[in-house]
Design a protein around this ligand. Structure first.
Ligand SMILES: [Mg+2]
Length: 216
């Protein structure tokens, strides 16, 4: 096994998990995590026409997605406000995880190709890109709202590998806080690592994968 590239998710990897924030916001209105997840983010292990998914593919503006999500909640008697979740995520400057940033920097210095694949929203672009030295850290950045594709669509992983210069999937590792996105990367042939609330475990797992790989 040879590893050439490490590809990262953004939210929940370089920042705290949006799913933890969603749990807290859901609790405030009496929603279970499952209900809050289904209303706000839709069936997240699939790529569908849920308003959030369309927003992440750049097909719907954020304000329209917010209104449609509010209507989905109201229909189930749950007054969930998307912007409350966003405010929660923006608190503490987004809480960037310096350990992950530093590890990414070192990976680049060690000669690995580094990439970012983020399911994101056009209206957030300026904000999230300002949280990391994006161009310094990554050889390739794939933002769902720019490319019209989102995880778990296999095409977005393939696009990232192509932008990294045509890396073979089995020579790449993918890290994401959402297990469904990691599963999808594995189906494409990449190695997958799930990032938990404390990223130390995932960084250790990445380390052992790289140690097990033969020198490039
Ligand atoms: Mg994430």
């Amino acid at each position: 096994m040879t590893i050439e590239a490490i590809v990262f998710d953004f939210g929940g990897v370089f920042t705290p998990s949006p799913f933890d924030a969603l749990r807290a916001v859901g609790e405030e209105v009496g929603a279970t995590f499952e209900d809050a997840l289904d209303i706000v983010f839709g069936p997240y292990d699939r790529d569908t026409d849920h308003p959030w998914h369309r927003c992440e593919r750049g097909e719907l503006d954020l304000e329209t997605a917010r209104a449609e999500i509010r209507a989905l909640g109201s229909a189930r008697g749950l007054e969930i406000e998307l912007y409350d979740l966003l405010k929660y995520l923006a608190s503490d400057d987004g809480g960037v995880r310096t350990a992950v940033v530093e590890r990414t920097r070192r990976l680049r210095e060690q000669g690995y190709l580094t990439g970012l694949v983020t399911n994101n929203v056009a209206e957030f672009r300026e904000y999230w890109r300002a949280m990391l030295p994006v161009d310094e850290l990554f050889h390739a950045v794939v933002d769902s709202s720019e490319v019209g594709l989102r995880k778990p669509d296999p095409a977005i992983y393939e696009l990232a590998l192509a932008r990294l210069g045509g890396v073979a999937p089995e020579r790449a590792v993918f890290l994401d806080d959402y297990p469904g996105n990691v599963e999808a990367a594995r189906r494409v042939g990449m190695h997958g690592v799930v990032v938990g609330s404390d990223p130390a475990g995932a960084l250790a797992e990445l380390e052992s994968l790289l140690d097990a790989a033969t020198p490039r």
